[in-house]
Design a protein around this ligand. Structure first.
Ligand SMILES: Nc1ncnc2c1ncn2[C@@H]1O[C@H](COP(=O)(O)OP(=O)(O)OP(=O)(O)O)[C@@H](O)[C@H]1O
Length: 368
């Protein structure tokens, strides 16, 4: 399928070594090493300003690299022009030519490269078929919906059969329903083309659902990389733990009350009646201040535990999120499945399932 546009043999890995970028005195990318495999769907995720777009633009060649190197496949492209790198970028803003038809927008780069007319036509029609644009080829961008415009932007990348696709928040201008639909289409497209794709988003649900591998960025550094569920199950620090997973993990300040060879007993601050036994390979000393991390889906209603006064219940149908506070005012969210009656205004006692407490030190590092 799609032989003329792409095949797995054409896909290439992307390799960064000590990559840095400064704008004047401001260092934005602070030394990034990464290896993105051939045909992999890599997602850069992180809060606003963490440097993910800058890193993508460095790979594209739209920003120069202050230090370190970038290779696409075997080729060092650190100082190559964007056009020579074998990448195609899809922007959040679509960046279509408004006066050109869908067909001409998609054909533009091939015409610029002086490809034969028959080849241009075949590639544009094939991409239009994949993207369900075949009936819209004569329209102008202004006559299309947001989702269709974004498909044209993707089509423009596909016809070039790049070694690497780069996406900069391509779905963020779409409404919620269309975003979900386009997310599925992108996943299918990746499967069909077998291409290497690098995708920037601040939306961790997009990252979780699309990625073979997620790179979590913060402050110009990769905090952790891994398969989505590996990051969810085994975050290496508090930042990643809080960023991956929706709703976010609960964090409770606590003190280590006692330790033994295989773990600790930790008491959340302000909870004289509640302490948790936690197995750890390297348990910290009694008296150490720690943060306990518990995901909303791992808190269950029990006879003993944390007393949560629920103030808002978000009922989503299949599940609900109960938002509330502990006596000291600390916010807590817990998930319920199949509960239809509102818990708002009630006090519930919840406790984590066995083995579901993460422990972090005062610097936010994980204690295992
Ligand atoms: N051309 C530029 N000149 C100066 N500073 C810049 C430039 N481009 C980006 N920055 C700064 O670099 C930092 C990282 O920006 P970047 O756009 O990479 O972040 P981001 O993680 O993609 O954020 P967002 O999700 O908000 O797009 C920000 O502090 C930004 O202000």
């Amino acid at each position: 399928m799609f032989e003329s546009l792409q095949d797995k043999g054409h896909a290439t890995g992307v390799h960064l070594r000590g990559a840095r970028k400064s704008f004047g005195a401001l260092e934005v990318i602070k030394g990034v090493d990464m290896d993105i495999g051939r045909g992999e769907f890599a997602v850069f995720v992180g809060p606003s300003g963490c440097g993910k777009s800058t890193l993508l633009r460095m790979i594209a060649g739209l920003e120069d690299t202050s230090d370190g190197s970038i290779a696409i496949g075997e080729r060092d492209v650190t100082h190559e022009d964007p056009a020579d790198r074998g990448v195609a970028m899809v922007f959040q803003s679509y960046a279509l030519y408004p006066h050109l038809s869908v067909y001409e927008n998609m054909a533009f780069s091939l015409r610029l490269a002086k490809r034969p007319k028959a080849e241009v036509d075949a590639k544009v029609r094939e991409a239009a078929g994949i993207l369900q644009l075949a009936d819209h080829l004569e329209k102008k961008p202004a006559q299309l919906s947001g989702g269709q415009r974004q498909r044209v932007a993707i089509g423009r990348a596909i016809v070039r059969a790049p070694e690497v696709f780069l996406f900069d928040e391509p779905l963020s201008n779409l409404d919620a329903e269309l975003r979900v639909q386009m997310r599925l289409e992108l996943a299918r497209l990746h499967k069909a083309l077998g291409a290497t794709m690098i995708y920037v988003t601040h939306d961790q649900v997009e990252a979780m659902t699309l990625a073979d591998r997620i790179f979590v960025l913060q402050g110009g550094l990769v905090q952790q990389q891994g398969a989505p569920l590996d990051l969810y199950d085994d975050p290496s620090n508090r930042f990643v733990a809080g960023f991956i997973g929706s709703p976010s993990m609960n964090f409770l300040a606590a003190t280590v009350e006692s330790r033994n060879g295989s773990g600790i007993r930790a008491r959340p601050v302000g909870q004289p009646d509640t302490a948790f036994d936690i197995s750890l390979a390297a348990p910290p000393d009694a008296g150490t201040r720690v943060t306990l991390g518990i995901r909303p889906e791992h808190l269950v209603i029990r006879g003993d535990g944390l007393r949560v006064t629920v103030d808002v219940a978000e009922e989503l149908g299949g599940v609900s999120y109960q938002h509330g506070t502990l006596e000291g005012g600390e916010p807590v969210i817990f998930q319920q499945t199949g509960v239809r009656h509102g818990m708002s205004g009630t006090v519930q006692t919840v406790a984590p399932e066995e083995g579901r407490i993460f422990v972090f030190d005062e610097g936010g590092g994980r204690i295992r």
